[in-house]
Each structure stands twice: as structure tokens, then as C-alpha cells.
Write a protein that binds this ligand. Structure first.
Ligand code: PEP
Ligand code: MN
Length: 357
């Protein structure tokens, strides 16, 4: 941390700052320039926060040097992490060496629809199944998801297809039941700053998929991840799903540059959701290609066997030729960039069902 003193700061004010810093066990290194004096602080940053340095007489500014997110930062954990998702003996990696393709319906509607979507996902090469049982809808009149019945359908479909499940939890009261069925707990954009929920999923013992808040800066998003990590759960995968901008042509604006920016400062894996970013079926394949090219660790995509009847997000669900084009991109492009399909690296045991193509 660096304290910048005002040009008119007196020697007494400078000494007062260094005394206070030393009083909490820190060290203060004073550098006197012609116009200004700066003081470099070394020690426990949290104890410096308690000093309220910015409010002291003669202090013009205070700058942090280290990231405010500690556990998820690359500053103390240079190597990028891989998060393993799925039951013991059959885990799928999400991380820097692989490219992980996650697909499934926006919402679980019926057992038949979920199974059909899962089979479409598997045939296209997906190694994880997505599907919402608890849906965070903007309108209270819209389909809210099947709740626990939806989780049961997902469990059955996992048993049939072998695909581990990613599903959203919207309320801290449901974390236990969702964690009982899911292999990965999703926190949606609307709950990305629900700190109690973040702590609750941090305690649940399952990997977490943390979507970016639609109006969150990258630092705010990483601070949200820090809430999960602080509970002892470092198995967090970040998901860029578009942010709110002034542009109405797309549902959100995919912040593609967030991928390399995050990879530079955090060791957590990061994937892209082209479906919720664009909100349009015709954009899913191009945005997925962009995600692969920019170095994302995977994509999560909405698919549906019959988008016209979908109870949620039908306009962005793909099938048929679009899904085939996506499958081809996911198979062919990541190897050019030195990545392998996540199914090639899945931790399988002899008895486990094999997944992927
Ligand atoms: C979803 O993935 O189903 C979803 C609701 O996404 P988001 O939170 O990004 O809107
Ligand atoms: Mn959706």
C-alpha cells in the first residue's frame, strides 16, 4: 500500500502516519520528493484498513498495490487452476489444458425434454449437462422452474447419459437440496452479488459456476468469487455471460476481452455463455468461435429439442445445423490452440460411463 501525502503536509503529519502504521505492526518507508512525500507500507493490509488512513490530516491519497481478491488472485497462485466436476471416478476438467463444452436446456421442463436435450448435448460432444430447476425469472408470472422435481429429473438423466450436471441455485435455503443432486452449483447473474448465497454455496462442498453480474466490473466479479473461496471452496469457475450496455441489438454485450483480462489476474478457469450474452440463436456459433479463439476454457450453451415450445429462452436455444456447426467448432478449433477436449482428460474409472464423442 502506498500513502501519498499532500504537498503541504507537515513533518508532524508524516510522522503521525508512520507512528500509526508501526502501531499496528507494519513498516513505513518514507520517500521525500521535491514536492510530495510518499510512504510505502509493508505488512498486513487488513490492519492498515482499520487505520482509516485516507481520513488522516495531510494524506492526499492511498493506493493498494496488491489485489483486493487474495485467494482467487494469481499474485500468490501463479499457475492457472483446473476445476474437476462430477462424481468420484468420473470427473470432467475445466481448466487451461482442455476445452469444456457444456450444453443443455435453459430450464428443465419435462423428463422427456431433458433427456432429449441431454442426448443432443452428448451427441454433439458436450461433457457436462446444464439445466435449470430453479429459475431466476425477471417476471414473477414467468415459469419459475420445476424445483426439486426438476433436480430429480436431472439426476435420472445423469444416470442414463453419464453427463454430470450443472444447475442453478437461486436461494440460500435451497443450497442443500440442490447440492444433493447437482455436480456443480451455478450462481446466476442476478445473484452474483448475493453475498449470503455465495457463502452458502462456498460451504456446500461442490464446485461452483459463477456467472458475471450483468453490471459487475471484473473486480466486483472476482470479489464475488472471493466470497466462495473464503469459505474454503476454491473450485470456482467464472462465466462471462455478457454485460448490460446501451446496445439493444443483443440481449447483453459479450465482453470477450474479460476472458484474457481475468486469466491475467486470477487463476480460476473462465468459460463463456454465448446464449445468454447474445440472446439470439444466430449468434451462438459465432460467439462460441470467438470464445474459443480468445482462450476461454469452455462454453455453456442453451439447446432445446423444440425451441418453439420452450418455457424459457427459446429464441436463443439451438438445435440441428447450428448445433452441428457448434460441435464442429468445439472439436476442431481448441486443438489448434493447444487444448484437448475435456472428455479426453476425464478422470474415468473402469466402471464409469464414458461421455463425450
Ligand atoms: C441461465 O444460465 O439459465 C441463466 C439464467 O443465466 P444468467 O444468470 O447468465 O442470465
Ligand atoms: Mn436462460
Amino acid at each position: 500500500m502506498v500513502v501519498v501525502m499532500a504537498p503541504e503536509a507537515t513533518d508532524e503529519q508524516i510522522a503521525h502516519v508512520t507512528d500509526r502504521v508501526e502501531g499496528v505492526g507494519g513498516q513505513a518507508f518514507v520517500s521525500r520528493g521535491v514536492v510530495r512525500t510518499i510512504i510505502g507500507l509493508v505488512g498486513d493490509i487488513e490492519s492498515f484498513h482499520g487505520l482509516n488512513l485516507r481520513s488522516m490530516a495531510g494524506v492526499a491519497d492511498v493506493h493498494r498495490i496488491s489485489d483486493p481478491f487474495k485467494l482467487v488472485s494469481r499474485q500468490h497462485h501463479a499457475e492457472r487452476s483446473t476445476v474437476w466436476v462430477g462424481p468420484a471416478g468420473h470427473q470432467v476438467p475445466i481448466g487451461p489444458d482442455t476445452f469444456t463444452f457444456i450444453a443443455g436446456p435453459c430450464a428443465v421442463e419435462t423428463a422427456q425434454q431433458t433427456l432429449e436435450a441431454a442426448e443432443m448435448a452428448k451427441a454433439a460432444g458436450a461433457t457436462l449437462l446444464r439445466g435449470g430447476a430453479f429459475k431466476p425469472r425477471t417476471s414473477p408470472y414467468a415459469f419459475q422452474g420445476l424445483g426439486v422435481r426438476g433436480l430429480e429429473i436431472l439426476s435420472d438423466v445423469r444416470a442414463t447419459t453419464g453427463l454430470p450436471i450443472v444447475t442453478e441455485v437461486v436461494d440460500a435455503r435451497d443450497v442443500a437440496v440442490v447440492a444433493e443432486h447437482a455436480d456443480m452449483l451455478q450462481i446466476g447473474t442476478r445473484n452474483a452479488a448475493n453475498f449470503g448465497l455465495l457463502q452458502a454455496v462456498g460451504d456446500a462442498g461442490k464446485p461452483v459456476l459463477l456467472k458475471r453480474g450483468m453490471n459487475a466490473t471484473i473486480e466486483e466479479w472476482l470479489m464475488a468469487a472471493e466470497y466462495v473461496a473464503q469459505r474454503g471452496n476454491l473450485d470456482v469457475v467464472l462465466c462471462e455471460r455478457g454485460i448490460r450496455t446501451f446496445e439493444p441489438s443483443t440481449r447483453n454485450t459479450l465482453d470477450i476481452s474479460a476472458v484474457p483480462v481475468v486469466q491475467g489476474i486470477s487463476h480460476l478457469p473462465i468459460i463463456v455463455d454465448p446464449s445468454h450474452a447474445g440472446g439470439r440463436r444466430d449468434l451462438v456459433v459465432p460467439l462460441s468461435r470467438a470464445a474459443i479463439a480468445v482462450g476461454a476454457d469452455g462454453v455453456i450453451v442453451d439447446i432445446h429439442p423444440d425451441p418453439e415450445t420452450a418455457l424459457c429462452d427459446g429464441p436463443q436455444a439451438i438445435l440441428g445445423a447450428d448445433l452441428r456447426a457448434l460441435a464442429q467448432a468445439v472439436r476442431q478449433l481448441p486443438p489448434i490452440l493447444g487444448r484437448v477436449d475435456s472428455s479426453a482428460h476425464a478422470r474415468t474409472s473402469v466402471t464409469a460411463v464414458s461421455v463425450g464423442v
